[in-house]
Design a protein around this ligand. Structure first.
Ligand SMILES: [Zn+2]
Length: 118
């Protein structure tokens, strides 16, 4: 299988696992939103190329989303978690997740709560 075929295969396998959603499992960003976050347009060209003199820089599709794991993840979340792991804060990460799951009322004022669904 060629490199391109392998990437396609990874992509479609990941879409199957993610129920067809081409979004980061953690932050729900779509690939275009990840590119925009890093300052690139849909085609992978820097949006402020003139300003920064980086006309030759092109973002590769493979640089912004990973489809190799259990769920698609974006480069923004990978970098954020790299930093958390580098600071040896895995325990705090788990504590934050537990807090978000179990103590939502403590974290958000009533007025910020999404409308109740019946
Ligand atoms: Zn993400």
């Amino acid at each position: 299988m060629s490199r391109v075929d392998k990437e396609f295969d990874r992509y479609f396998s990941a879409m199957d696992r993610a129920g067809g959603q081409d979004r980061c499992y953690l932050c729900r960003r779509a690939p275009a939103e990840v590119k925009a976050f890093f300052g690139f347009d849909e085609d992978g060209h820097p949006t402020k190329a003139q300003e920064f003199g980086i006309e030759d820089v092109v973002l590769e599709e493979a640089d912004i989303m990973s489809y190799r794991g259990i769920r698609p993840i974006c480069a923004v979340c990978q970098l954020n978690l790299d930093a958390i792991f580098m600071l040896d804060e895995e325990a705090q990460l788990k504590a934050v997740l537990n807090e978000m799951r179990d103590e939502r009322e403590k974290l958000w004022p009533d007025s910020d709560r999404p409308p109740q669904q019946d």
